[in-house]
Design a protein around this ligand. Structure first.
Ligand SMILES: [Zn+2]
Length: 398
């Protein structure tokens, strides 16, 4: 059954959207598979004990690649309003991510000369894990966060936060209130917006004339090279190469003038952009260097993308070989961490309590709950210290 038939023939649950057949950036028709991971539930929809006896919604995880602009993308099977308005992910539960945010805030203050009259705006500001560092330095901030429950945690920390999805409309509203961003931050949000042109178009509007945009997102080249198919999930609509990112920004009058490669989330890029007409920021040689590396690695050729699917299938066979061998030796297997993205791997490979007894996570929101689809129970980390034998591979970055 194709994705189209799924939505046409079954009565679609609330929030289901018709499978889009056009590239979300350049609108060319989509007809090539990048990887098909079958059917999966939403990776952050952890279940209560009562819910595991109920019906559960599964959606296709069929990722495609645009043959024109090479944007790797998942059609919008589920509306963002169903995914992001009540969200289980609080950034502050990850020590490594909070430390990463602190280093970023120190770098941005020094490099862009931020003062008490600057404005730092973060899109998808979560619980204020990043903006708090600017607040401590007395630099004015504004968070924009669609998930009301995590935004409330930011407001409690005295971080001004607007509960809203970001795009052209919200950017115009803010500009009409006299707000323009000197630094406009989007960390791990670009991949999560279904209408990329509305989002980047909004950034163009909200950016002050000499303002700087920085966005971080997982680098597609690292996903492919590292075979990180487990970082694909419904909330991630787009997977970017550096070349495609520059193309998207350029289409909205924004010029990429620097890029850094980071180790976060299995290998990310931090891309710096400014208005095309603003020449106050010099262009780093890193822009040309990474563009050339991607070109020579084949990121402007369709075959590079289309060969990924078979590698993923072989990885599934090898993981199952390992788990079956361990069980045959009488071992018990438990997980460490219950990040949303772990659920792609577990559902794609069909790993349930037949292989994995349970997993643990530091986020108390998840304790006593069950993983979506596989129904593996989640406990507090103290449990695994007593009886762990083999730990499943941990997932970076969350
Ligand atoms: Zn395209």
């Amino acid at each position: 059954m194709t994705a189209n038939e799924t939505t046409d023939q079954l009565s679609a649950p609330k929030g289901t959207i018709q499978h889009s057949l056009a590239c979300r950036f350049c609108k060319a028709p989509l007809s090539y598979t990048f990887v098909d991971l079958g059917m999966s539930p939403l990776c952050e929809s952890f279940l209560s004990a009562a819910q595991i006896n109920q019906m559960e919604a599964f959606f296709p995880l069929h990722v495609q690649v645009c043959a024109t602009c090479f944007l790797v993308q998942l059609p919008e099977y589920v509306a963002p309003s169903d995914i992001f308005t009540e969200y289980a992910y609080f950034s502050s539960y990850s020590d490594s991510w909070v430390a990463h945010a602190k280093r970023y805030a120190e770098m941005a203050q020094a490099r862009f000369g931020l003062t008490r009259s600057s404005l730092v705006v973060e899109l998808a500001s979560n619980d204020g894990y990043l903006l708090q560092h600017f607040v401590h330095a007395h630099i004015p901030v504004l968070g924009i966060e669609p998930a009301a429950n995590v935004a409330a945690a930011a407001v409690e920390k005295n971080i001004p936060t607007l509960v809203r999805f970001f795009g052209v409309d919200s950017a115009r509203d803010l500009v009409s209130q006299g707000k323009r961003a000197d630094v406009l931050i989007g960390n791990n949000v670009l991949a999560q917006v279904p209408d990329i042109n509305d989002f980047v178009g909004g950034m163009k509007i909200l950016l002050a004339p000499h303002g700087v945009i920085t966005v971080e997102f997982p680098h597609l080249m690292r996903l492919i090279e590292g075979n990180q198919f487990d970082t694909i999930y419904h909330e991630h609509f787009s997977y970017f190469s550096f070349l495609t990112t520059q193309r998207i920004f350029a289409a909205h009058g924004l010029h990429v003038f620097d890029v850094e490669e980071l180790s976060t989330h299995g290998g990310s890029l931090r891309v710096y952009a400014r208005h095309v007409e603003d020449t106050s920021q010099p262009e780093s040689p890193r822009v040309a260097a990474l563009s050339t590396r991607e070109e020579s690695a084949g990121y402007t050729r369709l075959e590079t993308y289309r060969s990924f699917d078979e590698r993923v299938k072989e990885t599934k066979r090898r993981i199952l070989d390992f788990l079956i061998a361990a069980k045959r030796q009488g071992k018990s297997i438990v997980g460490y961490g219950a990040p949303g993205k772990g659920n792609t791997l577990l559902n794609y490979c069909g790993i349930r309590c037949d292989f994995l007894d349970y997993t643990v996570d530091r986020n108390p929101y998840k304790h006593g709950k069950f993983l979506p689809g596989t129904h593996i129970p989640v406990f507090a980390p103290t449990r695994s210290r007593r009886r762990a034998r083999i730990s499943s591979s941990s997932y970076p970055g969350t």
